[in-house]
Design a protein. Structure first.
Length: 162
């Protein structure tokens, strides 16, 4: 796997996450704050965990020494979560262009870095699917979240593979 392909996957991750975040406006606060819907988490907890995991992996790759755990903080309001995602995406925008094929190919503790990076995106897919199912039961489906839908949108805009 090459660095450009990793950047594509992270762009997909952002696109799909934004689709989920876009349908949260006006959500019943009880739905947002409910717990123990999927394991110990509810909708808000699932989306905060998705953010926290993404942050922790990026900080680990960048070796910042930081390990954010927003899951341990009080549940943020929906707008606050969106702001935190925007900040995370800005941090990714500063880091991802510097990711090289050599970095992606590096093996750390027996695991190629590209597999770790794909895990970050795949982990997001799991939690978006959980959130999308919960939102759909509330009449707020985020629509199609499949990678092929993102790829087709990119192709229609002439940015396929970018």
């Amino acid at each position: 796997m090459q660095a450009d392909e990793i950047r594509f996957l992270f762009a997909y991750d952002r696109w799909a996450t934004r689709r989920v975040l876009a349908v949260l406006d006006g959500l019943d606060p009880a739905v947002w704050t409910r717990t123990h819907v999927v394991d110990e988490r509810g909708l808000g907890g699932i989306l905060v965990h998705h953010l926290g995991a993404s942050q922790r992996w990026r900080h680990g790759f960048q070796d910042t020494g930081e390990s954010p755990e927003p899951e341990r903080e009080p549940l943020p309001a929906i707008d606050q979560l969106r702001e935190r995602w925007e900040a995370e995406w800005a941090a990714l925008d500063r880091w991802l262009p510097a990711v090289t094929d050599g970095f992606v190919e590096h093996v750390y503790e027996g695991v190629p870095v590209w597999q770790m990076l794909v895990h970050v995106v795949n982990h997001g897919t799991q939690h978006r699917a959980e959130a999308a199912a919960l939102l759909t039961t509330e009449g707020r489906s985020p629509g199609e979240l499949d990678l092929i839908n993102f790829a087709e949108e990119q192709a229609a805009r002439g940015t396929a593979g970018a």
